[in-house]
Design a protein around this ligand. Structure first.
Ligand code: ADP
Ligand code: MG
Length: 533
């Protein structure tokens, strides 16, 4: 009972993060209201040192916020107007006016709670095996019980009251074989696994995936946002004709304000940093894995890679040697105005420090890794080499990412895909185990079976290790719960009576209870396990 309650306790712990009341700003007044009464669009005040009651957007003020309880990131993050904050996190030094953007089940905390609940309810495939075994054990116990009675009553009666002797043995058999331990063998491990995982920043949405994870022999990583930070900085703008560098950047950022892509965010940020004017855009359209376009001040502006520009009918052959200015670890995108290329924006992303450790740790476990990216060949090669990834696929469109995963699966590999973006969603679903980096898009998280809250790719290794440990525990429990009956039933049936050994029903009851206690105790040992990479 304590083991199970301990696991659901993790949910209660999360619920406790949410403060019960909030300071609602009503005109000039500030009133104290219950957090659950807040509506979208309400403005609340969060003073320094207070918990942020609900998900929202900062309207006024600046502060650093401790988000470790949700993201696992221990460094405080600074927030200013326009940025979003998460309910349950702690506001450190500044006073903030926050506009409520999400309520009830939409909030981050509620969603994490829902994920944990789903995982605990989802049954791993071995559970079905255990359930079936428990069924068979019941039939076996009943039939052996009946046979025992018949044998000792009709064929080999003992003592003055053969009916009592035969009845006692029959009862021992049925009591000792009660499949209680089998029923507990798997669920106790499941609850402890999901809790242990959650404590390590790994949300398991589906126990089936957690069970397969131990058999993985191929892990495919998306590059941008997964192996790299996905935070692009513009290092240079190359002009291709009269239009000046700043103008190119400002036209491109006009289009990119509408895009979710990390390259887009990098471009917009650098335009803002340079205090450039960002014009409005009309008819924005995004082309996942390729680029985006829109109408800015009456001109059609395209932003994207070669594939995109060529597809849109542009000829960029004449500018190709300009790409020499791009070093091998940088990425670049083209900007075109009215079907003419006007500039190249060169951007740089940082490889996550944990990334090469992951690849090495996986290799040590005998697991191969591959990198999949929509980015160009040259940078893909550089990053792959830096990280020691043996296989990489560059300039892969979102729909082809799925095919790459399928190809690997067709060769008999058990494949995991780790990704963060909208463009990874389909391949996350296709892989045997889809793993989403938590800071990624909601689509990615929805398509994945495992979510890494801390955005640390090393947690992939942790998840696999946890899966292995979980599986060992489940097997031990099953072996014990089923195996003990093989010994106990014949003894209870009186097989050793000729040697003077008999099992009284009360002893049978004690043994039966003991076997359940052993199974639960064994599962509880899992709590003590450390997941070290
Ligand atoms: P990854 O697989 O590495 O996450 P994507 O598939 O999202 O990359 O994108 C592949 C390429 O498409 C990018 O490297 C970039 O050249 C281009 N691209 C995609 N979206 C945009 C955009 N909004 N603006 C500019 N270029 C883009
Ligand atoms: Mg990505």
């Amino acid at each position: 009972m304590r083991a199970v309650r301990g696991a659901t306790g993790a949910l209660a712990e999360l619920a406790k993060l949410i403060p019960p009341t909030a300071h609602l700003i009503k005109g000039k007044e500030i009133v104290e209201v219950g957090t659950e009464t807040l509506k979208k669009g309400d403005r609340i005040l969060v003073r320094p040192g207070e918990k942020i009651p609900i998900d929202g957007k900062v309207i006024e003020g600046e502060s650093s916020i401790n988000e470790s309880m949700v993201t696992g990131e221990s460094r405080p993050v600074s927030k200013k107007a326009g940025e979003s904050v998460i309910g349950g996190t702690i506001n450190n030094d500044g006073s903030l006016t926050v506009e409520v953007t999400k309520t009830g089940e939409e909030t981050a905390i509620s969603q994490i709670m829902e994920l944990i609940r789903q995982a605990q309810e989802s049954k791993p495939p071995v559970q079905k095996l255990a359930d079936r075994a428990a069924g068979w054990l019941t039939y076996t116990a009943l039939s052996v019980g009946i046979i025992t009675f018949f044998y000792w009553f009709f064929l080999n009666p003992q003592g003055t009251f053969p009916a009592i002797f035969a009845g006692t043995l029959a009862i021992s058999v049925i009591v000792i074989a009660c499949p209680h331990a089998l029923g507990l063998a798997i669920p106790t491990v499941t609850t402890i696994t999901t809790t242990l995982a959650a404590k390590n920043g790994i949300l398991i949405r589906n126990m089936k995936a957690a069970e397969i994870a131990r058999k993985l022999n191929y892990v495919v990583f998306d590059k941008t946002g997964t192996l790299t930070e996905g935070r692009f900085g513009v290092t240079k703008v190359v002009k291709l004709n009269k239009i000046a560098e700043d103008a190119i950047l400002s036209l491109a950022s006009a289009v990119e304000t509408q895009s979710q892509h990390s390259i887009a965010q990098g471009i917009v940020q650098s335009a803002k940093d340079k205090k450039l004017k960002i014009p409005n855009v009309r008819n924005f359209k995004s082309f996942p894995g390729k680029g985006a376009k829109g109408i800015v001040s009456g001109n059609e502006i395209l932003v994207g890679n070669e594939v995109f520009l060529t597809e849109q009918g542009l000829n960029i052959k004449e500018f190709e040697q300009r790409i020499n200015e791009v070093s091998a670890d940088q990425t670049y995108i083209w900007v075109a105005q009215d079907k003419k290329a006007i500039g190249i924006i060169i951007l740089e992303d940082v490889i996550r420090i944990e990334s090469s450790k992951v690849i090495k740790a996986l290799a040590d476990m005998g697991i191969k890794s591959a990198m999949l990216t929509g980015d160009n060949e040259q940078i893909a090669k550089t990053v792959a080499k830096k990280l020691g990834v043996n296989v990489y696929f560059a300039q892969v469109l979102p729909e082809d990412k799925v095919n790459k995963i399928k190809e690997l699966q067709d060769k008999g590999n058990i494949v995991a895909m780790v990704g963060d973006g909208v463009n990874d969603a389909a391949s996350l679903t296709q892989a045997h185990v889809g793993i989403a980096i938590g800071a990624g898009t909601d689509v990615a998280v929805e398509s994945a079976e495992i979510v890494l809250v801390k955005n640390d790719p090393l947690d992939v290794v942790k998840a696999i290790k946890l899966s292995q440990k979980t599986n060992t525990k489940m097997k031990q429990n099953l072996a014990w719960a089923a195996g003990y009956n093989v010994l106990a039933i014949p003894i209870a049936a009186g097989l050793l009576y000729p040697y003077g050994i008999l099992l009284r029903p009360e002893w049978a009851a004690l043994l039966m209870a003991a076997s359940s206690v052993i199974v639960v105790a064994n599962a509880l040992l899992l709590k003590k396990e450390e997941l070290i990479v």
